[in-house]
Ligand binder design. Structure first.
Ligand code: MTE
Length: 317
């Protein structure tokens, strides 16, 4: 049996500096890639993009989530993306995205506001793999093996107060790291929001990986949402802030064009978007056109969320 004798310079895990304090110290040195931009970083900090969570993948698959069609091949998925911070082209390059160090602020109407270092957050959550459908309002779809944790685990950790009605998500805002954010056309940062009830639904998933490994930059590393019953624009990428609020937030897309990108954005084949019919979809990597399903096929899990909502609210856009 190996017996390890402790040396005077060895420290126990609970004596180690928590990730957020370590990163704050770096912040004083002028680092903090997610907030300041890669060009502001000294070289030693650039080298620190190392991701210590890689060994957590692949996570165990949760077999409760099954698909009705084959998985989208990873190469096809990684070369057909929407990430307007980088480009409005589908074949985009997000290499400039610096995912370490990365902080996620949880704040607002909660008992337990907290600044999480991304690795501490990922290590503290129950990771699992889920096979999800993903439907964009532009009429294409994918099927993806995401890894992550239920959003409701993060809501529980934050302990929202009774006045909190919505959860608001915000992406980084750093034109040095994301050239698309130099465009004045979009009111950066990217914002999205759901109701607390939607956030507590089993399907609402915080994504940290895909295809059995950590999340690719084009997919919104290091942390994004997957809300598979809603159009893809609700699934915000590269999150830095999660706020619990009492007023309904206005998303980036809603502020630009509310008639096309409403708050609810639930997939519905019967309600056309002004520019795209929603009756059918093309799975990326195929030439098929297949029927789109109400709530993207997840009605059993989510339809009850909407039964008491005023139908004058357009739930589907
Ligand atoms: N999140 C941010 N921050 N920026 C974006 O441009 N695009 C949205 C959503 N999340 C977007 C975003 C849209 S329109 C879609 S369809 C999905 O991300 C695309 O996710 P994918 O590239 O992984 O398929």
């Amino acid at each position: 049996m190996l017996i390890k004798s402790r040396k005077s310079w060895d420290i126990t895990e609970n004596q180690a500096t928590p990730e957020h304090l370590f990163l704050n110290r770096r912040g004083l040195l002028g680092a903090g890639a997610a907030f300041l931009g890669a060009s502001a970083l000294p070289q030693f900090a650039l080298a620190a993009e190392e991701d210590i969570t890689t060994s957590l993948y692949p996570a165990k698959r949760n077999d409760a989530y099954t698909l009705d069609r084959p998985l989208t091949p990873e190469a096809a998925n990684a070369s057909y993306n929407n990430f307007y911070e980088y480009s409005t082209d589908k074949r985009l390059n997000a290499d400039k995205l610096m995912t370490r160090p990365w902080m996620v602020k949880v704040d607002g109407m909660v008992e337990a506001a907290k600044d999480y270092g991304i690795d501490d957050l990922i290590k503290s959550m129950p990771l699992e793999e889920r096979l999800y459908r993903h439907r964009c309002v532009e009429g294409w779809s994918m099927t993806i093996p995401w890894t992550g944790f239920p959003l409701k685990a993060l809501v529980a950790a934050a302990k929202p107060t009774s006045g909190a009605k919505y959860v608001r998500f915000e992406t980084f805002n750093n034109p040095k790291m994301a050239p698309g954010q130099k465009s004045p056309v979009y009111p950066w940062p990217y914002i999205e929001a759901v109701t607390i009830e939607e956030a507590m639904n089993d399907l609402a998933f915080v994504v940290t990986g895909a295809y059995g490994h950590t999340l690719a930059k084009v997919h919104g590393a290091p942390l994004r949402l997957a809300l598979p019953w809603k159009y893809g624009f609700k699934s915000i990428k590269s999150i830095v802030k999660i706020s619990f609020v009492d007023k309904r937030p206005v998303s980036l897309w809603e502020s630009l064009q509310a008639s096309e990108y409403g708050f609810w954005a639930n997939v519905n084949p019967d309600v056309p978007h002004p520019r795209w019919s929603q009756a059918t979809e093309t799975p990326v990597g195929s030439n098929d056109r297949r029927p789109t399903l109400l709530f993207n096929g997840y009605g059993e899990q989510v339809a009850s969320l909407y039964k008491n909502i005023d139908k004058s609210e357009n739930l589907y856009r």
